[in-house]
Design a protein around this ligand. Structure first.
Ligand code: MCN
Ligand code: CUM
Length: 781
């Protein structure tokens, strides 16, 4: 059965404005919450006086850190064995931190009453620069942990001695420091929740913007002490997540306590500035790369040191086992015999979070550093960057390939992808055009990047969240009429799961995709599993969906054997029907079998009636999608303005279920790359003031900044996935920033520029051309 570019089922409601998002929910008697946030980045809380706010006629409750502390809920656990303040009790540690929660009859009254809360602060010295945070005498941010400095962790991966030896043998060693600045996923819909405790049953229902409803239920259970059967998490339609909705946020818990205190449903929806200031960030990696090679461009070793800025609390979405996420999958797509990375985590007076923005859990940073280093090395060797890459890409016969830090890449044909990229682009012609332009003083640049991701966590034995193994459940029931319902633990935020998962079942059973209902996002209606992030839905839940459909198909075979009075071994499957081998006319469609399975037909011993199955799928390995990208830019020498003229992307995510949806995922990720490379930046001044609190300051790319994407495709199936699919949801975000930066740096080569940090705004490019690079993430106040 084939897959294909079926129009998205969910778009019927989305394009008509009929989606149901958290903020659309209105419950009888519902109250509204608003959060008071700190204007200071670091200050001791002397007092919080809520009496005037409580006296407001429309206010029903005011919660402070003290109130939560009485319930043991002032702090919540993070995935990294840290704690995160729900409402501040002792100090505020970043600008925008939550201090109090007002519950009122309407949203406006709640906001008004925030202004009636009187907080006395004692400002403390502020640390926003990661290197400075580790310096002796820096203000200590986490005194609550009894810490004497701002150090979070030291972690390393790879063989240090072998890498040292490889460097000793090298003809050439290239070094470069670089910053992957702090950015934000900025989904269209901000985060929010409606919490409702049933006064009779005591059951808590939370409708929330949650990419991982079952994982959230575990957290609510641990924090509130309620058992799972008395907690229901419902994620309705989600207007984009991009990692922003993986974590647990103070606002969700405040809504829960607000409902406990008032006995009424409480809605909390953050506004855009709150989302940009406080709700998760990504990157903030200060990296020093070193790459060693022979004089003819054979890579020998790679070494990277990282200073990782985690903000004030570590790891809302960062598992404890891998404190730097999957950063150590950092040898990229190359045959690198030796590699070593070391990462030091540091606290600063910035909002917490630490990882997510279509990131494959830090592979974004890893791909960026190796792809920048390849260009720096190519320049040093006087080799074309495409040629240097081609000489070092893993060859197809090396798969499955175990990289220097021990991760086993499942499959790939990298040279084919790079060759196709060069063909589509007309690479040699572009280089000739560039030479001609350079001779005339015009600035044109070509930037390549080649990336490999690792997506689809589990396996459950090796990866966990809060101790829960990363396997996904799936349940499939074929109704008597032959239509079906598929229940999944993953959660679409715009990726089109209702369509693609229906296609998976359709391909296995022959039921039209329109007749397969996909249910997600409700812990009372779906099996346990840890949710959608790290592009794991297709690799894990997708495999679960295929597996459960195949189980149903086997059950259907038993029923068909009873219907046809032949042995199951004599039946053959074809396009949605079982038939007697050699007698194609004698058979039954899945629809007929479904009806018979629910009828009074006598079934063989041991065969259950009805037509359903469930499964739990733990992947044997991650999947390793990859791609080759080329960006072509023109730079205005007078203004530093970068124009992306062309962007060619060849992606390989194994077998594609819905090529149109895959192309959409790639388009989006390429726009992310242009945004991060050229515009997006969370900057701070030295007082810790956040300078990206609106879309006037935090710039997102639009169609105006994006060229018409040119896509190519290769298909190297994953050997361990039941249909050979790999994830695609983050590929282009991971792969594209390096291509854009490489292109701009290439354009600026006549000025002797060999590196410039993102975002390459006109000011940054202009400064780079003049040899006075800009550290854009820290504005001087
Ligand atoms: N797909 C396919 N064939 C493949 C791989 C994927 O047809 N070989 C389809 C899938 O069936 C699914 C979509 O492409 O409909 C993305 O699948 P997958 O790569 O499995 O990623 P997830 O569904 O797990 O989505 C998560 C991923 C992540 S982690 C971020 S971040 C991100 C992304 O998806 N957030 C998004 N893409 C997003 N797209 C939208 N519109 N909104 C977000 O918030
Ligand atoms: Cu890394 S952002 Mo996505 O995994 O939800």
């Amino acid at each position: 059965m084939t897959y294909g570019s079926l129009p998205r089922k969910e778009d019927a409601r989305f394009v008509r404005g009929r989606g149901t998002f958290v903020d659309d929910l209105v419950l009888p008697g519902m109250l509204h919450g608003a959060i008071l946030r700190s204007p200071h980045a670091h200050a001791r809380l002397v007092s919080v006086d809520t009496s005037a706010a409580e006296a407001h006629p429309k206010v029903r409750a005011v919660l402070t850190g003290k109130d939560l502390a009485e319930r043991g809920m002032a702090w919540m656990p993070t995935l990294s064995h840290d704690v995160h303040a729900v409402l501040a009790t002792d100090k505020v540690r970043f600008q925008g931190q939550e201090i109090a929660f007002v519950v009122a009859e309407d949203r406006y009254a709640a906001r008004d009453a925030l202004e009636l809360i009187d907080v006395e602060y004692e400002p403390l010295p502020v640390v926003v620069d990661a290197p400075a945070a580790l310096a002796a005498g820096a203000a200590v941010i986490r005194d609550d942990l009894g810490k004497a400095d701002n150090h979070v962790f030291d972690w390393s991966s790879g063989d240090e001695a072998a890498t040292e030896a490889a460097f000793a043998k090298a003809d050439v060693v290239a070094r470069q420091d670089m910053l992957y600045p702090r950015v934000h996923p900025a989904p269209l819909e901000t985060c929010g929740a409606v919490a409702d405790i049933d006064a009779i049953t005591g059951k808590l229902t939370v409708w929330a913007t949650a990419q991982a409803p079952h994982a959230h239920r575990i957290l609510y259970s641990r924090i509130t002490g309620l058992p799972e059967h008395r907690i229901r998490i419902v994620a309705p339609d989600i207007g984009g997540g991009f990692g922003n909705k993986v974590g647990m946020y103070p606002g969700y818990l405040c809504a829960v306590v607000g409902s406990m205190v008032t006995g009424r449903p409480v809605k909390w929806t953050e506004d855009r500035s709150e989302n940009l200031m406080s709700t998760s960030f990504a990157r903030d990696y200060h990296m020093s790369g070193e790459i060693a090679a022979t004089s003819d461009g054979r890579l020998l070793g790679l070494r990277v040191r990282v200073l990782a800025d985690h903000g004030a609390f570590n790891g809302t979405a960062q598992p404890a086992k891998f404190p730097a996420g999957f950063f150590h999958v950092f040898t990229g797509s190359y045959d690198l015999p030796a590699a070593f990375c070391s990462v030091t985590g540091v606290y600063t007076n910035k909002a917490p979070g630490g990882v997510a923005y279509a990131c494959s859990f830090r592979i974004t940073e890893a791909v960026y550093v190796v792809e920048r280093m390849m260009d720096v090395l190519a320049r040093e060797l006087g080799l074309d960057p495409a040629e240097l890459r081609m000489r070092n890409l893993l060859r197809p016969e090396q798969f499955p390939y175990t990289c220097a830090t021990g991760w086993q890449y499942d499959s790939g044909d990298y040279p084919r992808a790079l060759t196709l990229l060069k063909e589509i682009a007309g690479y040699d012609g572009l280089r000739r055009e560039q030479a001609g332009k350079r001779a005339r003083g015009e600035l044109m640049g070509l930037g390549l990047s080649f990336f490999t991701e690792a997506v689809g966590a589990g396996p459950r034995e090796h990866m966990d969240i809060l101790g829960f193994g990363m396997a996904d459940g799936a349940e499939l029931r074929v109704h008597p009429s032959g239509s079906a319902v598929l229940r999944l633990s993953c959660m679409s935020q715009g990726q089109g799961h209702e369509t693609t998962f229906a296609q998976l079942v359709s391909a296995e059973l022959g039921i039209p995709p329109d007749e397969v209902e996909v249910v997600q996002g409700d812990t009372d209606r779906t099996p346990f599993g840890l949710g959608t992030y790290g592009s794991r839905s297709t690799p894990v839940s997708g495999a679960a969906a295929v597996t459960v459909a195949r189980k149903v198909r086997e059950r259907a075979r038993q029923v068909a054997s009873a219907m046809l009075e032949v042995s199951p071994d004599d039946l053959e499957w074809e396009r949605g029907r079982w038939f007697v081998r050699g007698v194609p006319g004698r058979g039954h469609t899945i629809r007929e079998i479904a009806l018979a399975a629910h009828s009074d037909l006598a079934l063989p011993e041991g065969v259950e009636g009805q037509l359903d199955a469930s499964t739990v799928y733990s992947p044997p390995n991650l999947t390793y999608p990859f791609g080759a990208y080329l960006c072509v830019v023109d730079v205005d020498a007078d203004t530093g303005q970068v124009r992306v003229r062309r962007f060619i992307a060849v992606d390989d995510c194994g077998v594609r279920i819905n090529p149109m949806i895959v192309a959409g995922q790639v388009h989006r990720g390429l726009a992310d790359g242009i945004g991060m490379a050229l515009m997006e930046l969370m900057a701070f001044d030295t007082d810790g003031n956040h300078l990206g609190g609106s879309f006037m300051d935090y710039l997102l790319p639009t169609a105006l900044e994006c060229p018409s994407w040119e896509l190519g495709e290769t298909v190297t199936p994953s050997p361990h996935h039941p249909i050979g699919a790999k994830g695609i949801g983050e590929s282009a975000t991971v792969g594209s920033p390096a291509a854009v930066v490489n292109a701009v740096v290439d354009a600026l080569a006549p000025f002797g520029v060999r590196h410039a940090d993102m975002p390459l705004t006109p000011a940054a490019v202009w400064r780079a051309m003049r040899g006075t690079p800009l550290r854009a993430d820290l504005a001087i106040s």
